[in-house]
Design a protein around this ligand. Structure first.
Ligand SMILES: Cc1ncc(COP(=O)(O)O)c(C=O)c1O
Length: 375
């Protein structure tokens, strides 16, 4: 893998070879279908890699002004933006960076339509097909009851579509293409009369395309269905799939204590450096470990912070952990560095690139000023 003792801790390591493997899969989908794939920056905004990503993908998808600017300046290809609402003070700058502006309501459309059209940019509407295909993660389900994301058919105004050329939906989270197929059925059922009036459709993100069991032929069938039946240009904006399993978080064991079971205190934090572990919640993979009790030595892994629940999980190892040991969490490129924080004054992890030739390049290092400057 790499020499864990050669890197500072805590640090994220982005794996260039793994990223390229994902990008090749995604480019294959584009090449076979003509669909354009955009990087959803909210998952992975490590812009140092944007020139590389831009060699494989069509551009970036953004959630607001700052991501719009980052995508524009650092990749400079197609740039699509969706926000639940745009501020008056930001919309003109956003329009200047993006080719496609997607609105979440007819109020927003009516307010900004003329400015988008005057700039020669394209307008889309996010629809809500009210078709939940995921269970147990209401926080990640834009089709959950009372969701604010997307216009439901009941609130859709087919008499107010002047200048609107596309529809956008985002309903999936880490899902396979069978759920996309189900969602397209719901879209045809509820918005089937609108589709022929459009020029493009954006399938959003949540497509786990680079996961080993993902059914790519079925995805391509879904894309062709929209292309052939309605003559639509198809966009996808996955985030996770682009940098899935393309990064690590390396941490050091600072202490070992005991309370009912052995506890290892690490110089990383779920709350600060991998917030999805607590938000989702999930147990991140850890290189060389097993489930608690599976191997001879089990530990609860927790952080330096004051938060009682700042626990990453229980893991087991073939050998006893010692102070100074390095541990390597997997799949830490996505929704990690974009979401981290300095709660308790925790340092932000350094960001390193593991290059194709096996050498490291430091992309960013952080210190006290990064903590102080944001307060
Ligand atoms: C509108 C939109 N597009 C794309 C994405 C990316 O999703 P994922 O990283 O799950 O592929 C998200 C994630 O929340 C989203 O809200």
């Amino acid at each position: 893998m790499f020499d864990v003792n050669k890197v500072p801790t805590p640090c994220y390591i982005v794996d260039e070879s793994a990223l390229i493997r994902n990008l090749e899969i995604l480019r294959g989908v584009s090449q076979r279908t003509g669909a354009k794939i955009l990087l959803a920056q909210k998952a992975f905004s490590c812009y140092h890699l944007y020139p590389l990503i831009g060699e494989y993908l069509s551009g970036t998808a953004c959630s607001g002004l700052y991501e719009a600017r980052l995508g524009f300046e650092e990749m400079g290809k197609e740039n699509h933006v969706f926000s639940a609402a745009y501020r008056e003070s930001e919309i003109d700058e956003i329009i200047s960076y993006c080719g496609h502006i997607i609105f979440n309501s007819f109020t927003q459309l009516d307010r900004y339509r003329d400015r988008v059209l005057a700039a020669g940019k394209k307008i889309g509407l996010r629809i809500n097909p009210q078709c939940s295909t995921q269970e147990g993660h209401e926080i990640y389900d834009p089709c959950s009851p009372k969701s604010r994301l997307g216009i439901t058919r009941e609130n859709f105004r087919e008499d107010d579509l002047e200048g609107v050329t596309g529809l956008h939906f985002h309903t999936l989270c880490e899902q396979n293409s069978d759920d996309l197929e189900t969602t397209l059925d719901a879209i045809e059922e509820r918005f089937g009369d609108i589709l022929p009036k459009m020029e493009w459709i954006n399938f959003g993100g949540g497509h786990h395309i680079t996961r080993a069991d993902y059914d790519i032929p079925r995805l391509e069938k879904c894309i062709r269905r929209m292309q052939e039946k309605y003559g639509l240009e198809v966009f996808l904006e996955p985030g996770e799939a682009i940098a899935l399993n393309a990064g690590w978080l390396v941490t050091e064991v600072l202490d070992i204590t005991k309370n009912d079971m052995p506890i290892a205190i690490l110089d990383t934090s779920a709350a600060c450096h991998m917030p999805d572990v607590l938000e989702m919640p999930y147990r991140p993979p850890l290189v060389g470990s097993g489930e608690s009790g599976e191997k001879q030595f089990s530990y609860r892994l927790g952080s330096q912070t004051c938060l009682a629940g700042d626990v990453i999980g229980e893991y087991s190892f073939d050998e006893e952990l010692r102070i100074g040991d390095r541990l390597v969490f997997g799949d830490m490129a996505i929704y990690s560095m974009v979401k981290n924080n300095t709660f308790n004054g925790m340092p932000l992890p350094h960001i390193l690139l593991l290059k194709k030739d096996g050498s490291f390049e430091e992309l960013r290092s952080f210190g006290y000023s990064d903590f102080r400057e944001r307060l």
